[in-house]
Design a protein around this ligand. Structure first.
Ligand code: PT1
Length: 260
């Protein structure tokens, strides 16, 4: 899964013609480099990020989803918690709902249910604005698993069958660096749900803390992605598509003892 942010940077607000075209170009580059899923998001969920209005989010992501849908049959994912965005993205031909808030906002459960799309449920402690203030757990893995149990049950009650679900432990979302490392090291403990696992650790602060410099962020992120896949992740959410695909092909070739 390749990251496609349509969010403000120092030059733009993420919502204008130029931003949309830059996003489409970036999506096509990632597809050329071998990505399977393009994950389009209009809300930053980095630590300290402010929430955005649904109008802002719609104005950022919908033109990009609509344009990209017209250019590729590849899997398009929408990174959103907002019911209106889920609804419109699905109507525009999006293939996957990636919600870091696990369908807890408004009528997200019923809206997602009626789209018939697969959904990625992610664990987060708190919300992006304050989640890194004081992350704290009695037993991290138990609490993440209990959260998944509750959200899977809520989905099933809303008519979203288990077969449509993907689980994500939420690396960087209300966790210390040690918590994040534990999640990847013990990822197999999430296998008990029998659902595919997605992990996003690319260029996050835990990686940058360990490697210590910006130049090594990609290598650090790839090492994390390889370990996550070795420990059972089926989808990794990444920025550096070409390099991560190469690394994953080598790892898979070694594990299968043949060239892939
Ligand atoms: C993720 C993810 C995501 N991450 C899924 N969706 C982000 N399913 C956005 C930091 O510590 O892991 N899984 N959508 C980006 N969020 C963060 C969080 C970015 C923490 C950076 C950090 O630096």
């Amino acid at each position: 899964m390749g990251v496609l942010n349509v969010t403000p940077d120092s030059f733009s607000d993420g919502g204008c013609y130029h931003d949309h075209h830059a996003a489409i170009d970036h999506a096509r580059a990632m597809l050329d480099q071998g990505v399977d899923i393009v994950d389009i998001g209009g809300e930053s969920t980095r630590p300290g990020a402010d929430p955005v209005s649904k109008e802002t989010e719609l104005g950022r992501v919908m033109p990009v989803i609509e344009s990209l849908r017209g250019q590729t049959d590849a899997c398009i994912s929408v990174d959103t918690s907002t019911p209106e965005v889920i609804e419109q993205a699905a109507a525009a031909g999006c293939d996957l709902i990636n919600d870091v808030r696990s369908l807890t906002q408004g009528d997200a459960l019923s809206v997602a249910s009626s789209t018939m799309l697969p959904v990625c449920l992610m664990h987060m402690q708190g919300d992006p604005k304050t989640m890194q203030d004081y992350p704290s757990y009695g037993n991290l893995i138990d609490e993440v698993c209990a959260y998944f149990s509750e959200r899977i049950a809520a989905c099933e009650r809303a008519g979203i069958s288990r077969e449509r679900l993907i689980l994500d432990p939420g690396f960087g979302f209300g966790k210390t660096s040690e918590h994040n490392l534990t999640l990847i090291n013990r990822l197999k403990q999430l296998d008990c749900f029998g659902l595919p696992i997605l992990v996003g650790l690319s260029r996050k602060s835990t990686i940058s803390k360990i490697v210590g410099n910006y130049e090594s962020l990609m290598a650090g992120s790839i090492a994390g992605a390889l370990l996550a896949v070795a420990n059972g992740a089926t989808i990794v959410r990444v920025h550096d598509v070409r390099e991560t695909v190469a690394a994953l092909k080598i790892a898979a070739s070694i594990q299968r003892e043949r060239l892939i």
